[in-house]
Design a protein around this ligand. Structure first.
Ligand SMILES: NC(=O)c1ccc[n+]([C@@H]2O[C@H](COP(=O)([O-])OP(=O)(O)OC[C@H]3O[C@@H](n4cnc5c(N)ncnc54)[C@H](O)[C@@H]3O)[C@@H](O)[C@H]2O)c1
Ligand SMILES: [Zn+2]
Length: 363
């Protein structure tokens, strides 16, 4: 198996294992990172558990661990809330989990974010590992230690930084993922390429169709590996987003606004980020820091099967949602401007500037 990607964070460093079959080695990964936890709890959603829980249980048994406790939640973003954190913590307590117990998060970003927060809070913090099962979770949510749940007032407003002990991205589990979720995840892979890895971007330009169809496991593995490497590098240099880590928000200022305006659900996060990247390129071209990038990024996204038509979203009500983006500082939005393949920088924009560059009429 290929070398893992290292997230270098001093004493909180960990490895991201990527490949077909890494889920079958989870027991060995637990032994080498945590040793012998007092108990192991697998947190998953019911859909993922029905498909992939058995493999994790078999892997743990093979490494000599007693049967793990299993806590499942219903699938969907609606479970990413404090009430579910409480329910899962109660389940851990009822099972007898203590400070030396380990949480394994088996699922997409919802399970990962929720379980990470549970692990950060339970008995003031216990060890956890990420076993991401969506492409989005493999290339983005599982790496970097951001955990959170949503409030009525907005997404991810209550959370903590809590780094996992290891991450296992098994590309084999992606074969059960709905194709639309695969395409949405690929938007984040393309984003990683645009931020810091031109070869990754070009690989997706050349082989977008195969990437979306998951026809070549070696290609899928290479895409996950390169995207994780981009994120791991940035997180290693800026764990708590005091600077460089904000670059990962490329496409997210307008993307989040589209997601929020659509009412979370109808437009998947990755689909919104695809549109947000088109918007970011358009702004960059109108500011004059790049040329021809919107057409190139749009072509690549279309090759992945993603929608790129921004026009229906250039509305005052969508723009208004950029103002509630929690990442804004003062009045200006910290907008990530793409300047070329693998070149991005932060640029302060007011909402009024954004309206002008995107030619959004006043309401
Ligand atoms: N912490 C971070 O840094 C970070 C980064 C990006 C996104 N996120 C969060 O991630 C969440 C979105 O994650 P997501 O897109 O993975 O959504 P998700 O966890 O809701 O998963 C999407 C759907 O796919 C199903 N599923 C998962 N794996 C499957 C598989 N292998 N086969 C079949 N079905 C499967 C799930 O049951 C769910 O219905 C959001 O809440 C977002 O805020 C966090
Ligand atoms: Zn994202």
């Amino acid at each position: 198996m290929a070398e893992p990607v290292e997230v270098a964070l001093g004493t909180r460093s960990y490895r991201v294992h990527i490949g077909a079959g890494v889920l079958d080695e989870v027991g060995a990964r637990v032994r080498e990172t945590v040793g012998t936890p007092s108990r192991i709890a697998i947190i998953s959603d019911t859909r993922v558990a029905a498909l992939h829980l058995g493999r994790v249980q078999t892997a743990l048994a093979a490494a000599g661990f007693a049967a793990a406790d299993v806590v499942t939640i219903p699938p969907g973003e609606g479970e990413k809330r404090l009430a579910t954190v409480e329910r899962v913590c109660e389940a851990l307590a009822a099972a007898g989990a203590d400070r030396r117990s380990l949480v394994l998060a088996l699922g997409g970003g919802v399970v990962g974010d929720l379980s990470g927060l549970v692990a950060a809070l339970y008995m003031r913090g216990i060890a956890f590992a990420q076993l991401p099962t969506t492409l989005l979770a493999q290339v983005d949510a599982s790496v970097g230690g951001k955990t959170a749940v949503d409030l009525g007032a907005g997404k991810n407003l209550v959370g903590a930084f809590h780094q996992p002990s290891f991450v296992s991205c098994d590309v084999r589990v992606l074969s059960t993922l709905p194709p639309r979720e695969v395409r949405a995840g690929l938007a984040e892979v393309l984003k990683a390429g645009l931020i810091a890895d031109p070869e990754l971007f070009e690989l997706l330009e050349r082989r977008g169709g195969e990437a979306a169809a998951l026809t070549d496991p070696a290609l899928t593995e290479a895409l996950v590996r390169r995207a994780v490497a981009v994120k791991a590098g940035i997180v290693s240099r800026d764990e708590r987003e005091s600077g460089e880590r904000a670059l990962l928000n490329l496409g997210h200022t307008y993307g989040h606004a589209i997601e929020a305006a659509a009412g979370y659900g109808p437009v998947l996060h990755g689909e919104a980020v695809a549109l947000g990247m088109v918007a970011a390129c358009r702004v960059a071209e109108r500011i004059g820091v790049t040329a021809g990038l919107e057409a190139r990024v749009s072509r690549a996204l279309v090759g992945l099967g993603l929608a790129v038509d921004l026009e229906p979203w250039l509305r005052p009500d969508v723009l208004a949602h950029t103002q509630v983006d929690k990442k804004r500082t003062g009045k200006a939005l910290r907008f990530v401007l793409p300047e070329g393949l693998g070149r991005v920088r932060l640029h302060d924009l007011t909402v009024k500037d954004l309206a002008e560059y995107l030619r959004i009429p006043a309401s």
